[in-house]
Design a protein around this ligand. Structure first.
Ligand SMILES: [Zn+2]
Length: 316
């Protein structure tokens, strides 16, 4: 099982279909579990996907249209039922804190959950530094998107690091705890000779994950997607329905491809499909995105598990 993967819980916009649940995405990122936009039915989809309530460490809401949040009350209640002991942090557009409060207290239950609320007001870093397992290198950022109601997108950025080369370490007699010492201090004296970190390692680019939901084409979508190893992007409409996309504050599949291409993304995951394409050619939206983006494209289906691509070598 990959340490970092996207578990797709639902892929329908607005109304669920016979084959697609409302939105919902669980990102497993080492010891962190980020639940994005739990639409209606998310609790049951988690069951089908083998995601437990206790695996969720953070909940990230992009906005408060029902297909992105109506599953929240059920998931929170389930966390309490399962006696989730760790605190869970929820991020959401701060201007709609009142709506969040209604979802948080939508039903009566024995509420034992420690839910830390983090309303997001403005662009920037919303969580930095310490991951759930105590490790560093976890940075979550948000940016305002352009939708009919206040909406934000997210991205997860792992700092660039270095990949140690076992042969080079062995050739210089560096082993055991000395490796960690060298990583921390950048240089080490071994047998009367100084070994530098650069001699025994190569740059390792940190992984990036971007989550761009309901929005028109806007600068923030490109910024979020910048250099993403995995870009999850709404593609509600086909290109022929571009006027509808504009009016309702959405992207077409071709625009999702444009974002991925301009941002240098590696893997584009298309989702949040309008029900109007349910009976059409299944690859239509994928083909439209592919006209703009030559990288790998996945049309998300409910219960898909999509590994975050392995780290690219070198720092761009
Ligand atoms: Zn929306």
């Amino acid at each position: 099982m990959a340490n970092r993967e996207l578990v797709v819980l639902g892929t329908a916009s607005q109304a669920p279909t016979r084959f697609r649940n409302h939105n919902g995405y669980f990102l497993r990122w080492d010891a962190e579990g980020l639940l994005f936009d739990p639409g209606e039915g998310t609790q049951r989809q988690m069951l089908f996907a083998g995601v437990t309530a206790s695996q969720v460490t953070r909940v990230c809401l992009t906005h408060f249209h029902g297909d992105h949040c109506l599953g929240l009350p059920g998931v929170l209640q389930r966390m309490a039922l399962d006696r989730v002991a760790h605190p869970v942090t929820a991020y959401y557009p701060g201007v709609n804190a009142e709506v969040f409060g209604r979802l948080r207290h939508a039903s009566l239950f024995h509420d034992t959950l420690t839910l830390l609320e983090h309303p997001v007001d403005g662009d920037g870093v919303v969580a930095d530094g310490v991951a759930a397992d105590g490790g560093s290198g976890f940075r979550l950022e948000a940016r305002a998107l352009s939708h009919l109601v206040p909406a934000i997108g997210y991205r997860l950025v792992e700092p660039d690091g270095r990949h140690m080369l076992p042969d080079e370490l062995a050739a210089r007699g560096v082993d055991g705890p000395d490796i960690g010492l060298l990583q921390r201090s950048g240089r080490l004296e071994v047998g009367g000779r100084v070994v530098t970190l650069e001699e025994v390692s190569v740059p390792r680019r940190g992984q990036r994950f971007a989550f761009v939901m309901d929005t028109r084409l806007c600068d923030a979508a490109f910024e979020l997607a910048d250099g993403a190893d995995m870009l999850v992007c709404e593609s509600t409409f086909a290109d022929a329905d571009g006027a509808l996309a504009r009016d309702y504050g959405h992207l077409t599949a071709g625009q999702a491809g444009q974002i991925a291409a301009a941002a240098g993304a590696r893997l584009l995951v298309l989702t949040h499909f309008s029900q109007r394409y349910e009976t059409g050619p299944p690859q239509r939206l994928r083909d439209e995105a592919a006209a703009a983006f030559s990288g790998e494209i996945v049309m998300a289906a409910d219960l898909d598990r999509i590994p975050v691509p392995r780290r690219a070598s070198g720092v761009r």
